[in-house]
Design a protein. Structure first.
Length: 149
């Protein structure tokens, strides 16, 4: 029988961190009149902005696994709350792109900034090899969690 204790400890620690992230997202959402899916949508839009990806309603719906009506509901709610803006695509005026409003960024930093700072501080205590290992592990976990059975 193979001993998987060290690996299982990491699995349980990762689960615990994931649960805590979910709790924080829920607190942030509830404190700002949002649904947890709204927070996921904002994260998707922030990631798209960093990657230079054009975020349309269709793209966002695919990221969130929502149908058209559900996606429209999320976008309308985030626009109404002042967190998301709709902008005509300069290259194709028929397309509407989505972006995160500066106020939403400020709100996010006010809530999640201390955690981000603690995370950066923690990582700065690691050497380059350790950071590369953490990165490789997290990239592998993202791939594992998004793989289709």
């Amino acid at each position: 029988m193979v001993n998987h204790e060290p690996e299982m400890e990491i699995v349980h620690l990762l689960r615990a961190v994931t649960v805590e992230f979910g709790v924080l997202q829920g607190e942030f959402a509830a404190g700002h009149g949002m649904h947890p899916t709204d927070v996921r949508a904002l994260i998707c839009l922030l990631d798209a902005g960093r990657a230079g990806t054009d975020a349309t309603a269709g793209w966002l719906g695919a990221q969130l696994g929502l149908n058209s009506a559900g996606t429209t509901s999320v976008i309308d709610r985030l626009v109404r709350l002042g967190h998301v803006v709709r902008v005509r695509d300069e290259r194709d005026r028929r397309r509407v792109l989505l972006g995160v409003d500066e106020r939403a960024l400020e709100l996010g930093w006010a809530f999640f900034g201390p955690l981000i700072d603690r995370t950066v501080d923690l990582l700065q205590g690691f050497d380059d090899t350790e950071v590369a290992t953490v990165r490789r592990f997290l990239l592998g976990m993202r791939e594992a969690t998004t793989a289709k059975p």
